[in-house]
Design a binder for this molecule. Structure first.
Ligand code: ADP
Length: 395
């Protein structure tokens, strides 16, 4: 091999390696060698680990017969043959292309793909109407097949690493959760125990107003414990897919108005503004949707104390979009991708109690409605939670 060929290959190698996405890397690989090896279409068929059937993992049309790209059925039979034999297969039309039409006379060249030392699929090139593959072409194509297998292996490794990271993060969150939950359980229990012991003391008598004050604290703390236990049970049910939903026509505008009235009665000092357009009903579970709105409200109250809460509800096409905006501290961008995860709480100094379950539960409920929930936040300016539900979501 001469030095110019070597430096040509080296350049391509660098170019391909730099591409993060495996499909873009493959595009670069095939396009950059096209000056030395011409083909019309290329496709990669990989075995689905679950169904054991062959699926098109990558297809690209660069030359004639571009419509063949989408289905990539042209190479399926050959890939089965390549996989059965475990070696390269060349298939050329028996009749003369001039007689059977160029696009139906496919010159196929297939290579087995060994990924992680296992035969996992095949890479097939096609030339419609020829010419035949020369020895040099076969060598270049086999180099590309080898390279493609390495890129797919890299993709598999990247996916496995991302999964591992997510499992590790989940395990860390579970650990944190145990300490959070014991704190969350102890605090209300401490109040309940303290105030009831005080009330039961033989050596002291309390006037009626004090007795009522103590009892109302006990009552509130007992409610807090109940909510906490319900959240835990609910998140477990959501995770095991055993939470039942009762779907019926729901008026989102009425639901939100009720919540705002209820919250304003309990907390008259809160400034809440509600902008609503007339809306059609949606098909949903009203109780669960109220739970989502309640949760986002209580987060705004907890994490953006003193801020106005602005709720806007609009209908956009066949969707209803509800936005809850506060003008609190906001959430640092690094933490935003995780806040809907189970048990996740933004790290930092903690004065506000919580378990990290609320937004996870919200997301699961919205997903059960085939809707979408996301957050937009600017540090120092505020946070907006947006929920989108389909008007016609007949589930
Ligand atoms: P919890 O409130 O129990 O911690 P959530 O799942 O409801 O759990 O919320 C996850 C995290 O998202 C919270 O710990 C908080 O840091 C952050 N967060 C949620 N809502 C807001 C908000 N409106 N402003 C700032 N941070 C928020």
């Amino acid at each position: 091999m001469d030095t110019s060929t070597l430096s040509f290959l080296h350049e391509i190698f660098q170019d391909v390696q730099q591409k993060q996405d495996w499909k873009t890397a493959l595009d670069t690989l095939f396009v950059s060698l096209r000056s030395s090896f011409v083909f019309d279409n290329v496709a990669i068929y990989l075995e689905d680990p679950k169904t054991k059937t062959l699926e098109v993992a990558y297809a690209r049309a660069v030359g004639r017969g571009k419509t063949a790209e989408a289905e990539a059925v042209w190479g399926e039979a050959l890939s089965h043959e390549v996989i059965t034999k475990g070696k390269m297969v060349v298939m050329e039309p028996k009749s003369d292309p001039l007689h059977i039409g160029r696009l139906t006379s496919a010159y196929l060249l297939g290579f087995p793909l060994y990924i992680g030392s296992k035969l996992n699929g095949a890479l097939v090139f096609v030339r419609f109407g020829g010419p035949e593959y020369s020895e040099l072409h076969i060598q270049i194509a086999s180099l590309q097949a080898f390279w493609a297998a390495a890129l797919i292996e890299r993709r598999d490794l990247q996916e496995a690493r991302a999964e591992l990271d997510s499992v590790q993060r989940q395990m860390r969150l579970q650990d944190d959760f145990v300490s959070t939950i014991s704190h969350e359980l102890r605090t209300p229990l401490g109040f309940i125990k303290g105030y009831s012991t005080s009330l039961l003391r033989q050596d002291t008598t309390w006037d009626e107003a004090t007795q009522r004050e103590f009892l109302s604290i006990i009552d509130e703390e007992a409610d807090r414990l109940t909510r906490l236990i319900e959240d835990m049970l609910e998140s477990a049910r959501l995770q095991s897919n055993t939470l039942q939903f009762k779907f019926s026509p729901v008026r989102i505008d009425a639901l939100l108005r009720d919540i705002v009235v209820r919250i304003n009665t309990l907390r008259p000092e809160l400034k809440i503004s509600l902008e609503i357009q007339p809306l059609p009903p949606i098909h949903g579970d009203g109780v669960r949707l109220s739970q989502v709105f309640d949760n986002i409200f209580s987060n705004a109250i907890k994490y953006a104390p003193g801020s106005e809460i602005i709720i806007t509800v609009r209908s956009i096409g066949d969707k209803i979009r509800v936005a809850f905006a506060d003008k609190g501290e906001g959430i640092p961008p690094d933490y935003l991708p995780f806040i809907f995860e189970r048990f996740y709480r933004v790290p930092g100094e903690r004065t506000v109690t919580g378990t990290g379950l609320g937004l996870y539960i919200c997301k699961q409920i919205i997903m059960a409605h085939h809707g979408n929930i996301w957050v937009e936040s600017v540090l120092g300016e505020g946070t907006t939670f947006i929920i989108e539900l389909s008007v016609e979501s007949i589930l």
